[in-house]
Ligand binder design. Structure first.
Ligand code: KG4
Ligand code: ZN
Length: 363
């Protein structure tokens, strides 16, 4: 079983042999955090406490199994919010202890990498190593080189790039917030950008330059450019106010919000997304070339983005690109169970002293 509670999703899943998903249950906390436009750590911990027992119960029921039939309990140790992580860790410890089964500590980022493999396995594919993996979510934007491990670990990781400031998903969420388009922003901006068609571009965003490591990302400049553009053009004020009122009245679906967006706003969103996607794809392709790999893995919440998927497919001719499906892109526990399995095979278990680690590097 995998248990995940690092941010704002309480999740539990049962995975067989690290490959077959028997159940994957995710309780999201969007409704709790929405009015704050972002995750509030204290509220997140409280929600995890409320959700963990029913979520685990449902994962067992969907899998059609009894707790006693589990072989091990894998739990996210970090990175993430300490209070949130502690709920999953404490619960996992208690469960492992009560069942007399091993407890396995999993790095959340290793989980996201395993999500890409897990998806490939579901369709009978085997990603070839070495590979370059882009993890792109609300909390992370990072590039790893992934190689076969040394026997003790399934994979060996080397970090080759990361974000200097905001994660890509964070930029999506902040831009959506400032445009009055709700939370989380990624899925909404994804659909609005697709609906923009040939709307004229009110502004163009050039490629992001970063000094030093050319594989590093930076998204705060782009976010600020959107903010300044909106501030300098009073034409946006009224429609933002109208959308905020709609959100406050519970009208927050794509169908609710699309008619409240001018061509100018749609054009702006399309340009923002073009800039983010271009940056993610170009740097990942550069990493693949530099590392001379033929496999690219893309994972994390933003990898659900449709334009990102098409852009990779078009750009990466000759290379194999693997994306998890939507459910495996965002935080889930199947990826944690899959990552735990590799450690289970070699007997790398955690003790009762296991503690949460807020900033836990993968490599
Ligand atoms: O992996 P995840 O569930 O949680 C973190 O570990 O952060 O990712 C959530 C992030 C949010 O910022 C959300 O806006 C973004 O992923 N996201 C998307 C899309 N779906 C989710 N961003 C762009 N396009 C999407 N379709
Ligand atoms: Zn994540």
């Amino acid at each position: 079983m995998g248990i995940e509670s690092s941010c704002d999703e309480t999740a539990a899943a049962v995975v067989a042999d690290g490959r077959r998903i028997l159940s994957s249950v995710v309780a999201s906390q969007f409704d709790v955090h929405r009015k704050y436009g972002g995750v509030v750590p204290e509220l997140a911990s409280r929600e995890h406490l409320r959700q963990i027992v029913p979520v685990v119960r449902e994962a067992m029921s969907v899998a059609g199994m009894k707790l006693e039939e589990l072989n091990a309990i894998g739990v996210t140790q970090g990175p993430g919010l300490v209070g949130s992580l502690l709920v999953g860790i404490t619960y996992g410890k208690a469960l492992a202890r009560a069942l007399g089964k091993p407890l396995i500590a999993v790095n959340h980022l290793a989980g996201h990498i395993h999500a890409a493999f897990l998806e490939a396995y579901q369709t009978g594919q085997e990603p070839q190593l070495p590979a370059v993996c882009l993890i792109v979510s609300g909390g992370h934007t990072v590039l790893y080189e992934v190689k076969a491990g040394d026997g003790n670990e399934e994979f060996a990781y080397r970090k080759i790039g990361g974000t200097r400031d905001d994660a890509a998903g964070e930029a999506y969420d902040k831009v959506a917030k400032l445009l009055g388009l709700g939370y989380p922003g990624g899925p909404m901006l994804d659909r609005l950008a697709a609906a923009a068609g040939n709307a004229p571009a009110p502004v163009k965003f050039g490629p992001t330059k970063t000094r030093g490591n050319p594989l590093d990302f930076s998204f705060s400049g782009l976010k600020t450019a959107v903010l300044y553009h909106v501030r300098e053009h009073p034409e946006y004020v009224e429609e933002i106010r109208i959308r905020q009122a709609a959100l406050a009245a519970g009208k927050r679906t794509f169908e609710d919000l699309l008619p409240l967006c001018s061509q100018r706003t749609l054009g702006l969103i399309r340009e923002f997304q073009n800039a983010v996607v271009r940056d993610l794809v170009e740097r990942t392709m550069a990493a693949a070339e530099e590392s001379e790999v033929e496999t690219i893995l893309v994972s994390g919440g933003v990898s659900a983005n449709r334009q990102l998927r098409t852009a990779f497919a078009e750009r990466a001719r000759g290379l194999q690109v693997f994306f998890p499906n939507r459910d495996l892109c965002t935080d889930n526990a199947a990826m944690i169970a899959a990552a735990a399995f590799a450690k289970y095979k070699v007997g790398t278990f955690a003790g009762v002293e296991l503690n949460a680690v807020a900033s836990m590097p993968l490599a």
